[in-house]
Design a protein around this ligand. Structure first.
Ligand SMILES: *[C@@H]1O[C@H](CO)[C@@H](O)[C@H](O)[C@H]1NC(C)=O
Ligand SMILES: *[C@@H]1O[C@H](CO)[C@@H](O)[C@H](O)[C@H]1NC(C)=O
Ligand SMILES: *[C@@H]1O[C@H](CO)[C@@H](O)[C@H](O)[C@H]1NC(C)=O
Ligand SMILES: *[C@@H]1O[C@H](CO)[C@@H](O)[C@H](O)[C@H]1NC(C)=O
Ligand SMILES: *[C@@H]1O[C@H](CO)[C@@H](O)[C@H](O)[C@H]1NC(C)=O
Length: 495
């Protein structure tokens, strides 16, 4: 059964290693939206390995442990000469071993003869620290614990591989792991020499209204005009009117699972959020080079969808938008659009380990980051039906009354004081973002004074620089990959 919940990127959930998680974007979980690195052609993958990790790093005398999954590619490494170690940081979804043989970091590893290691994030994929994900057990899920896992792991690998003291560890990560890469360098500078932080939201923001502003800007940027945005606006106005006058037409066109007659106020918010979500996904992953679950949908890009919406003809705008909604339903094998708020909450209250990680990511947003993609920005394209209270309500309904607006706001404030937000004080970290990626609004897109350069790529989406090169990459993207390689060369100390 398809999950339907209003939580997501960077999430998304197959290739969490590099920005794959559909849970990163708070939004409907739709499979097929992501995948491993493009260009993967069935090469043999390294086996999973298991690291005995501490449960609670904040309590050194607590000796409880669990098994954390990791992968190693040592094919480029010369254990006598000992080059750098590249550490791919896992995020809010299962680690994907395909990233151990493909992706920009593998190309860099070949050049610099690096040892490649990927550590899965606690509570995601198969890295299960506790017997279930009850609220009591989720207390050990946080970026603090994840960073301490990484530090403990680095020390252990230095011993296991008998690495010399001067071997340089370089952290890589995209999306939430992009933030973790920078924070790891910040908190453990004696263990990590440098980091490549891709599409990382460094600022925890509860009301992330800028998200949809960038989505709309991206539609303009990619189509070179207002037509697509205007058409969407018109479609939305038509839907709003018909919800009052002819709801059955909207029910049929948008293939909803149940009649609006029995819908609650939260159901309706969820319905509008779902429609907007389809565009968020389209923009966030526009033309990136991931493996398509289905080549049939490979051509879903901002430009093709905008062409669909603005094609001449007598069809009203809402019908064209409904046609796009249908494509998304088909793509994710959903027979109908389940906009039921209660169904979504029920799924997210499930305390069993499932593969998706949606509940865990929701927990991290309620307790650390916010990141709620509300409709409150300066746009009139998707209406203003999913405001902050709708998301805070979800925190309370899933985890309990304690997780209210004040709690979430205080949690995000602490995250920002703890890591420094956009004023983070780090050196040897390169921050990479794309103009079409809504997450750049919470990231560092201008070089910091203290030796942390930023690369802002015009025209690319979420984590575009992490995927393997594709024949259709823009010159901006190609240059960005080269620039990152030059920083790596400098840090590693090779010409
Ligand atoms: C949808 O179903 C097809 C055919 O059964 C399958 O190949 C595909 O992976 C499914 N897609 C998703 C997102 O589940
Ligand atoms: C490491 O990656 C290379 C390049 O894709 C691949 O040929 C090799 O088999 C990988 N090695 C291991 C141990 O997975
Ligand atoms: C994508 O290509 C298919 C044919 O493979 C076509 O039927 C469909 O209309 C295209 N979609 C868009 C959005 O252009
Ligand atoms: C909870 O999730 C597990 C694992 O995905 C699933 O097997 C189980 O049916 C779910 N329970 C409920 C009540 O939905
Ligand atoms: C590159 O673009 C062309 C034209 O749009 C398309 O036919 C081709 O499949 C694309 N290649 C890749 C690898 O996406």
């Amino acid at each position: 059964m398809q999950l339907h919940f209003s939580i997501t990127c960077m999430i998304l959930i197959i290739s969490n290693v590099a920005c794959g998680s559909k849970h990163f974007r708070i939004g409907r979980s739709k499979g097929g939206n992501l995948g491993g690195p493009g260009g993967y052609g069935g090469e043999q993958l390294p086996p999973a390995q298991w690291f005995i990790q501490k449960l609670d790093h904040s309590s050194p005398s607590d000796l409880r442990t669990w098994k954390q999954r990791y992968f190693v590619n040592d094919s480029f490494y010369d254990f006598n000469n000992q080059g750098p170690v590249f550490l791919m940081i896992g995020g809010e979804g299962p680690a994907d071993a395909r990233w151990m043989v493909k992706g920009a970091w593998i190309d860099y590893a070949k050049k610099f003869n690096a040892l490649c290691i990927n550590l899965e994030h606690r509570y995601y994929g198969e890295s299960h620290p506790t017997e279930d994900i009850s609220i009591k057990n989720l207390q050990y899920l946080s970026s603090y614990q994840a960073l301490a896992d990484l530090a403990n792991f680095i020390n252990a690998m230095n011993n296991k591989y008998r690495l010399r003291n001067d071997v340089r560890w370089i952290a890589f990560g995209g999306s939430y792991p992009g933030s973790l890469a920078a924070w790891l360098r910040l908190k453990y500078p004696h263990l990590v020499y440098a980091a490549v932080s891709s599409s990382g939201p460094l600022l925890a923001k509860v009301n992330f209204m800028e998200y949809y502003e960038v989505v709309v800007d991206a539609l303009r940027e990619k189509t070179g005009g207002e037509d697509c945005v205007n058409e969407l606006k018109m479609a939305h106005n038509q839907i709003t009117t018909m919800m009052k006058t002819h709801p059955s037409v909207v029910e049929k066109e948008f293939r909803v699972c149940k009649s609006f007659e029995s819908a609650s106020a939260n159901d309706i918010k969820n319905f509008y959020n779902s429609i907007a979500d389809d565009f968020a996904d389209l923009v966030q992953y526009n033309e990136d080079n991931r493996i398509s679950a289905d080549t049939k949908y490979r051509n879903l890009t901002i430009n093709t969808v905008c062409n669909m919406l603005t094609s001449p003809g007598s069809e009203p705008a809402y019908k064209k938008l409904a046609a796009f909604n249908s494509i998304i339903l088909d793509k994710s094998n959903q027979t109908c659009l389940d906009y039921s708020y209660d169904n979504m909450i029920k799924e997210l209250r499930n305390m069993s380990w499932g593969s998706e990680g949606a509940r865990q990511w929701m927990y991290q947003t309620c307790t650390e980051f916010g990141f709620y993609q509300t409709s409150s920005g300066e746009i009139e394209v998707f209406g203003n039906d999913f405001t902050l209270d709708f998301f805070i309500q979800q925190c309370e309904d899933i985890f309990g009354r304690k997780y209210n607006a004040d709690f979430v706001a205080a949690s995000a404030d602490w995250t920002n004081s703890n890591y420094g937000a956009l004023d983070i004080s780090v050196s040897r970290v390169v921050f990479v973002h794309g103009s079409v990626d809504p997450w750049h609004a919470l990231g560092i897109t201008e070089t910091l004074d203290n030796g942390a350069p930023a690369i802002y790529i015009k025209g690319t989406a979420h984590c575009a620089n992490m995927y393997p090169p594709s024949e259709n990459d823009s010159s901006n993207l190609i240059e960005a990959r080269v620039e990152i390689e030059q920083y790596l060369a400098g840090w590693i100390g090779q010409p």
